[in-house]
Design a protein around this ligand. Structure first.
Ligand code: C2E
Ligand code: MG
Ligand code: MG
Ligand code: MG
Length: 283
């Protein structure tokens, strides 16, 4: 035991460690049952064309409504699902559910699904995605898979195979949370991304300003040259929308437009927008 902080400090540390561990164990056990118990559902957040206010994509975001713990955020249980391998079953279920909702949308509205690195490296990962699409009757060209830079930390052949195989099948890839990880330019160079999502930290809070605007502008310019679309994540205010639009970034996502909503509300948002009420286009 470290002497620093004394006995009380390390006791406190041990206690909070084991509480943390217990909560993780609990989550692991319950996560396996949660799908059967119908506690999980998929919500959808729109990604908006900043020039027209039209909905271009819905991103699927998993939600867990636990009977005792209340709503658990994916940031809390996705890491546990990854560590324990549950993510493979969970991920296939998420893709299948999301695809089933997306078949009811107009054909020009695409579906984005997040994938964790472990899910991608599991045997049969590509087949799992293709099977989910086929069962739902959703064309591969309507699916976009969001991956993060952490996927490329170690040069993994199974990752490259996965991306190449699904790209050949017509599925597109987006690089999520851009700017927060490592090896970004290397992975953009190496893999066929059609979209880059600039992390929320460049748009929101203390970071708004000349510096982050310049960064988004540079990424937007790179996107235009490489034929990739750029999404600004985390747009919460009209000022942020205007600032981001002025950088040349064409797509936006955030609470300003809508939070993630259940499938029936997603369908309603599309219907409203198609009836001539663009998503806050007056910004
Ligand atoms: P992400 O893929 O970057 O998703 C965007 C997150 O930002 C979502 O959080 C969304 O609700 C939140 N967000 C959107 N607009 C705003 C805004 O204007 N302000 C703020 N403060 N937040 C905003 P969520 O749903 O809690 O998900 C967190 C992360 O968990 C996701 O980040 C993704 O990495 C992971 N995740 C969520 N669903 C799934 C899934 O089905 N599979 C996997 N593998 N990961 C998922
Ligand atoms: Mg995402
Ligand atoms: Mg993101
Ligand atoms: Mg994220």
């Amino acid at each position: 035991h470290a002497k620093v902080g004394g006995k009380n400090h390390s006791r406190f540390f041990e206690k909070s460690m084991s509480r943390n561990l217990m909560r993780r164990r609990e989550i692991e056990a319950e996560l396996r049952a949660a799908i059967q118990r119908d506690e999980l559902s998929i919500f959808f957040q729109p990604i908006i064309d900043l020039a027209t206010g039209r909905i271009r994509t819905f991103e699927a975001l998993v939600r867990w409504f636990h009977p005792e713990k209340g709503e658990l955020r994916p940031d809390e249980f996705i890491p546990v699902a990854e560590e324990t391998g549950v993510i493979v079953t969970l991920g296939n279920w998420i893709t299948a559910q999301a695809a089933r909702a997306a078949v009811h949308w107009p054909e020009d509205v695409t579906l984005a699904v997040n994938l964790s690195p472990m899910q991608i490296r599991a045997p049969g990962a590509a087949l799992g995605i293709l099977t989910a699409l086929r069962d739902a009757g959703l064309a591969p060209s309507r699916l976009e898979l969001e991956v993060t830079e952490s996927l490329f930390l170690d040069d993994n052949q199974s990752t490259a195979n996965f991306i190449n195989e699904l790209s050949a099948a017509g599925i597109r890839f987006a690089l999520d949370d851009f700017g927060t990880g490592y090896s970004s330019l290397g992975s953009i160079h190496k893999f066929p991304f059609s979209k880059i999502k600039v992390d929320r930290s460049f748009v929101s809070g203390a970071n708004v300003g000349r510096k982050s605007e310049a960064i988004i502008r540079a990424v937007a310019e790179m996107g235009a040259r490489l034929d990739m679309e750029i999404v600004a994540e985390g747009l919460e205010t009209v000022d942020q929308v205007r600032a981001v639009r002025a950088t040349g970034c064409t797509l936006g996502q955030g609470y300003y437009f809508s939070r993630a909503v259940p499938d029936y509300l997603a369908a309603m948002l599309i219907a409203q927008e198609r009836e001539g009420a663009p998503m806050r286009a007056s910004a």
